[in-house]
Design a protein around this ligand. Structure first.
Ligand code: PHE
Length: 438
């Protein structure tokens, strides 16, 4: 049944919403810094392979399950398993996803808060001409200050909740229709700036030079975990967004568009950042501080740095907001089904995420544990189960009705990627990182 208050206005709105979910801190903050930590080109290529062979098929499966079930992730998976004559316990996959969304939000909004804080601090010109030591101290002060982080994190959660309270059609849909085009334009502006002012060739070389010695099992696990994280997979965001899609739209084409947007934006974000880092003779391997320390140091030394720095952090904040709304949507949809008003559900869940965020501000260990557990364990595990469920359990009738494949070859390829390649990839990488293969 199509619920008209819970539908995207058009296929384009759905693409913007899903791209908004996918493109976030993962693309602009995490991808460049993990690429820096794991040494560049080889990591990027493993990541691209994971997107293509695992991410795209799993995203297709998630949208299909959401649209076939037309409910929150728990109820959708349950409905599809019943239609397929399978055990309804598969719904636990949806449950883990709802939980993972809340857990991600608990550290995500803290980082988003830093970005908001930086919009103000770069915008007020306080970094212009500042030296490296000052900028390092500023970041350390921010991450050491409970009150500043609490304020920024709280503002971010309130913004997220305001969009969500408006509902799917009028809240999320309208927000992404404005935010995403703005984001694209800002990113292009920054790319132009990096081209003009940075060491573009050094940036490109760093991102695309293959160096086999840099491939470790840790790098591969991180690349795979990041493929799930960046496409918002394995936890129900894309599934619940899929449940708001009209029955006519083609899932396959839509997924390719979203996957391309996400990948291109991650690569462009890298190409907008690394040239600036290299032009200022700095190291790309600064870790999580890459965006908050290394890059501001670069901006501080460059002409129009304050202006472009502000643009940059505005872009990061927008990207984070359009992802954050999708982190809470699965749990909101679930509470709505349980009979809650949308506004009450949103406030309650935002409060839970807020409280968790306070814990991650308070303790770096909580922050890191949430990040590691969700990205490296829960999302790949969720993706693995979704792949197996769709590939082996879901009935052909459901698949046929949703997918309307025009090419038998594509259908077979997709099915076997889900049946074998994606599960094997996830299992091998898990086993390897647990030391079981060495
Ligand atoms: N894909 C988002 C990013 O790259 C993060 C996210 C993960 C959002 C999972 C929703 C669900 O920043």
């Amino acid at each position: 049944m199509e619920n008209t208050n819970h539908m995207w206005k058009s296929r384009w709105t759905f693409i913007m919403a899903a791209t908004g979910s996918a493109v976030g801190l993962g693309n602009i903050w995490k991808f460049p810094y993990i690429t820096g930590e794991y040494g560049g080109g080889a990591f990027v290529i493993i990541y691209l392979v994971c997107i293509l062979l695992i991410g795209i098929p799993v995203m297709t499966a998630e949208i299909m399950l959401g649209r076939a079930g037309r409910k929150d992730p728990i109820a959708s998976v349950k409905a599809v398993s019943q239609q397929s004559g399978a055990n309804p316990a598969w719904a636990l996959v949806g449950g883990m996803g709802v939980l993972a969304g809340l857990m991600i939000m608990m550290f995500y909004s803290v980082v988003a808060g830093w970005a908001l804080d930086y919009v103000i601090s770069t915008g007020s010109g306080s970094y212009a001409g500042a030296n490296a030591a000052t900028i390092e101290t500023n970041f350390a002060d921010l991450t050491g200050s409970f009150s500043s982080q609490l304020l920024a994190h709280s503002i971010f959660i309130v913004l997220t909740a305001l969009v969500l309270i408006g509902g799917v059609t009028n809240g999320i849909g309208r927000a992404v229709e404005i935010l995403m085009p703005v984001l694209f334009v800002l990113l292009l502006v920054l790319l132009g700036y990096s081209w003009a002012a940075g060491d573009f060739i050094a940036g490109l070389k760093f991102m695309f030079t293959w160096d086999a010695s840099k491939i470790t099992s840790d790098a591969i696990l991180t690349a795979m975990g990041h493929a799930f994280f960046t496409l918002s997979l394995g936890m129900g965001s894309i599934m619940v967004y899929g449940s708001y899609m009209t029955s006519q739209a083609s899932i396959g084409k839509t997924v390719i568009t979203i996957g391309l947007f996400d990948t291109v934006i991650a690569l462009v974000a890298g190409m907008a950042m690394f040239p600036l880092v290299f032009a200022n003779n700095m190291e790309p391997s600064a870790g999580p501080g890459l965006m908050f320390v290394t890059l501001p140091i670069a901006f501080a030394n460059m002409s129009y740095g304050s202006l472009f720095g502000t643009v940059f952090f505005l872009l990061v904040s927008i990207a984070a907001l359009s992802s954050a709304i999708s982190l809470l949507e699965p749990s909101i949809a679930w509470l709505e089904r349980k009979g809650f008003q949308r506004s009450g559900a949103t406030i309650a869940l935002a409060a839970v995420a807020w409280l968790g965020g306070v814990c991650s501000i308070y303790s770096g260990e909580v922050f890191n544990a949430l990040d590691y557990l969700t990205a490296n364990v829960m999302l790949p595990l969720g993706g693995l189960l979704i792949a197996i469920f769709t590939g082996w359990i879901v009935s052909r009738a459901v698949i046929k009705e949703q997918m309307q494949f025009t090419s038998g070859l594509v259908a077979t390829l997709w099915l076997w990627l889900l049946r074998v390649v994606a599960p094997a990839g996830v299992i091998i990488i898990f086993a390897n990182s647990l030391g079981l293969l060495s």
